[in-house]
Write a protein of this length. Structure first.
Length: 296
């Protein structure tokens, strides 16, 4: 385990404990969230060493790296996945300029590759980066395309770069943003989806909120800190899009964590909490937010 000594957003060195959250998925260990006293960015610290992080993903319960649904929540995830994939396709097409050439897309943290498969089927020229050997193998099988293990082996430039709930997982936050920016075409579009700890469901569930997902989530974003860190790299947010479906799934998981197990009651309470979170979202503070960004 090691401690973060400098805030990646503002370089501050003073932190205060925000709370303690449990890893309900793999290790059942407890991890501490720290808040930067200067810019209020939240981060997990202390955290596992980078080389030790992969073992915290080895679980069939970790749905984004698993191809088989074993629980009610996993089955719901699978049912909603196809809807989400079509929605993401429509969203990407909305924000890219009409092109006379085949649009190139890099999905960083592509997981098992279902999004890339959808984009390839609709005419995009795809590439993917996935550090997890298990997920990368599945992505290659699903897409029929070789995936990169690291961004360093990606030498092309892209019209679109996507990170669907990935930025919160990366250890080298500022370095990765620079690397992605260097591979984004001048008029390219960056899509970054992350949980939002200022959402109503996050406030309701506190340290039981599934969006913290420690220790896999190393950083915990909200709109102010996201804008600040991207501005630091001369990247400008041009739009924000809510991921309203996430509120239901995250709230159901949070109810499960809070109750210590799942039942019809936790399922129902989670659905209601997700609905209320979306209805009460002020200043676009939804459970998860997609940031649409470009070169400043």
């Amino acid at each position: 385990m090691y401690f973060i000594s400098n805030c990646p957003v503002c370089s501050g060195v003073d932190f205060k404990e925000f709370g303690k959250a449990k890893d309900h998925t793999v290790s059942h260990e407890t991890f501490t969230l720290q808040k930067c006293t200067q810019c209020e960015f939240l981060l997990t610290s202390p955290r596992p060493e980078t080389n030790d992080l992969e073992k915290y993903y080895i679980s069939d319960e970790y749905v984004s790296h698993s191809e088989k649904a074993t629980t009610l929540f996993d089955k719901l995830y699978e049912i909603s996945r196809e809807f989400a994939l079509n929605w993401k396709l429509t969203l990407v097409k909305k924000f890219i300029a009409p092109e006379t050439h085949q649009v190139s897309l890099l999905d960083y943290g592509c997981g098992t590759g279902f999004f890339l498969k959808k984009m390839k089927e609709t005419g995009f020229n795809i590439a993917g980066v996935e550090p997890s050997s298990r997920a990368r193998k599945a992505a290659q099988k699903n897409t029929g395309t070789n995936m990169h293990e690291t961004i360093e082996t990606v030498h092309e430039h892209f019209d679109v770069i996507t990170l669907w709930h990935v930025l919160e997982h990366v250890s080298n936050l500022n370095e990765l943003i620079d690397q992605l920016k260097s591979r984004l075409n001048k008029k390219g579009v960056l899509f970054i989806a992350v949980p939002n700890h200022q959402s109503n469901d996050a406030r309701k569930y506190g340290m039981h909120w599934a969006g913290y997902d420690v220790p896999r989530h190393l950083w915990h974003f909200e709109q102010k800190t996201m804008a600040r860190i991207l501005q630091k790299h001369n990247i400008k947010i041009t739009a924000t899009i809510p991921m309203k479906l996430d509120a239901y799934y995250v709230s159901m998981l949070s109810e499960k964590y809070k109750a210590g197990g799942q039942s019809i009651l936790t399922f129902a309470k989670g659905l209601i909490a997700g609905l209320l979170s979306n209805l009460k979202a002020k200043q676009k503070n939804y459970s998860s937010i997609i940031y649409i960004a470009r070169h400043a």
